[in-house]
Design a protein around this ligand. Structure first.
Ligand code: THU
Length: 139
């Protein structure tokens, strides 16, 4: 991906982040998932008074895209931090979200964790979830 494409994806994640529903943790996360169709699918964390019912931003983005018939992806940008403030740390995806990425993405899927459009780190999924369990392990 070019720097420009990465910047646009991060911008979409930061924009989505402002719509996170986080009345309990006040930790707002935005994700922007780039489909192989060239479209961007965003997601935010949506919390719940029954904490276990909370959905992470990354999974919200994946589930929204899958609902639209998209199952192949290139990259995801993730930005998180205290609600109403710019991110100060990188928001690495949780284990459950990494497993959801594994369901739909290959080892070279790019995970971009960002503080801003110019400050980010890129990993491929294999780095974040090595020796993973997937559909191929069952069949
Ligand atoms: N969260 C995400 O949205 N993505 C992650 O990968 C980790 C955590 C959210 C869930 C919860 O709303 C808040 O961050 C604090 O855990």
């Amino acid at each position: 991906m070019s720097k420009e494409q990465i910047g646009k994806l991060i911008h979409a994640a930061l924009d989505a982040r402002s719509r996170a529903y986080v009345p309990y943790s006040h930790y707002a996360v935005g994700a922007a998932l780039l489909g192989r169709d060239g479209k961007v699918y965003t997601g935010v964390n949506v919390e719940n008074a029954s904490y276990g019912a909370t959905n992470c931003a990354e999974r919200s983005a994946f589930f929204g895209a899958v609902e639209k018939g998209v199952r192949e992806f290139e990259a995801i940008a993730i930005a998180g931090g205290m609600e109403g403030k710019a991110p100060v740390e990188y928001a690495y995806p949780c284990g459950i979200c990494r497993q959801v990425m594994k369901e739909f993405c290959g080892k070279d899927f790019q995970v971009i964790v960002a503080k801003s459009e110019n400050e980010y780190q890129i990993f491929d999924l294999n780095e974040l979830l090595p020796h993973s369990f997937g559909g191929g392990s069952i069949c």
